[in-house]
Write a protein that binds this ligand. Structure first.
Ligand code: CDV
Length: 311
């Protein structure tokens, strides 16, 4: 029996610091309704889709910081998204900053959820690869994710949903082959991936000119090497003076980009995806059971990391 899904990648243009949740949620609702008009089963939204990308600022005030986080999901301002999804019969993935009270303390995560067509949360992922720094750096722009988030504690789970096996990862995760491989080893059919990727932060991000190339390079490689669909969704455009790349793309298990946004604003691209398109790869060139040889890769668990060249 064929396994098709119509998926929408809902890129967001910039979100201003002063934008209310209600304003942003209204934009998400519009994209969700548009996705439904294209008969989408599922619409994917970016990383931190409810607020501006606040880790660019050296925020100190606890209340000011907390205001960027969701204490509950759905919450008072986001419930309407879940209600609309249930009414339309469309699933969605959504990235947001999560404030959790666990192990007797306040915890902060960069989180993404997967919601089914009834509006129920069926999966939650917390970002593992947090880029940037905890302390302010002497350079043009800051990326303080290591200060504002803890490393995710769920690993890279996958979920049976939408007639297939689905996984999620967030932004910088897409640059790491382990991200895709851990899900690939669990038979993932489609990875939903939101990102906020600024250029112009200054050293060490001097490779700005190659950023668009690297963006697609890693997602296409991850898709091909693990025979999975990848849906990469950007928050794009000039946000609070920072230039965020777009290039939202739907990538087939062949590694080919089959749909791509053409703007840096709110834009939906849609693709009917055959979830079995990866099977020829899984049966042959990337038949993990037949060809992978982890027992011959060396004692990688004992190596704590790469040795860096001298400065
Ligand atoms: N939000 C991100 O994870 N951004 C990083 C940048 C800072 C390198 C990224 O990998 O795109």
């Amino acid at each position: 029996m064929p396994r098709f899904i119509i998926v929408g990648a809902a890129q967001l243009g910039p979100i201003a610091r002063s934008d209310s949740r209600a304003t942003v949620v209204a934009r998400l609702l519009e994209l969700m309704r548009e996705a439904h008009s294209f008969r989408c089963d599922l619409v994917a939204f970016p990383e931190m889709a409810l607020t501006t990308f606040f880790p660019r600022w050296d925020l100190q005030d606890e209340d000011e910081i907390d205001a960027f986080y969701e204490r509950e999901m759905p919450g008072p301002e986001t419930r309407i998204l879940f209600e609309e999804a249930a009414k339309l019969g469309i699933g969605f993935s959504l990235g947001y900053a999560e404030l959790a009270f666990e192990e007797g303390r306040k915890r902060r995560f960069n989180t993404s959820i997967l919601v089914d067509k009834s509006g129920a949360i069926i999966g939650k992922y917390r970002k593992v690869h947090l880029p940037g720094h905890a302390d302010v750096m002497d350079r043009a722009g800051q990326h303080l994710e290591k200060r504002f988030f803890e490393v995710g504690n769920f690993g890279f789970p996958v979920w049976r949903a939408f007639n297939g096996i689905f996984g999620m990862c967030i932004c910088n995760d897409r640059r790491w082959p382990e991200t895709y491989r851990v899900m690939g080893l669990q038979g993932v059919d489609m990875i939903l991936l939101g990102y906020n990727s600024p250029v112009g932060l200054g050293d060490p991000y001097e490779l700005d000119a190659l950023e668009p190339f690297h963006n697609h390079l890693v997602m296409q490689a991850g898709a091909y090497q693990n025979a999975t669909w990848v849906v990469g969704v950007a928050k794009a455009g000039m946000e609070e003076g920072f230039n965020m790349i777009g290039q939202t793309a739907i990538i087939a298990p062949s590694g080919e980009i089959v749909a791509q946004c053409a703007t840096l604003g709110d834009e939906l691209v849609v693709r009917k995806c055959d979830l079995d398109l990866g099977l020829p790869y899984r049966r042959d060139i990337f038949n993990f059971a037949a060809h992978r040889r982890p027992e011959h890769y060396g004692l990688i668990t004992e190596r704590k990391g790469a040795i860096l060249p001298p400065e």
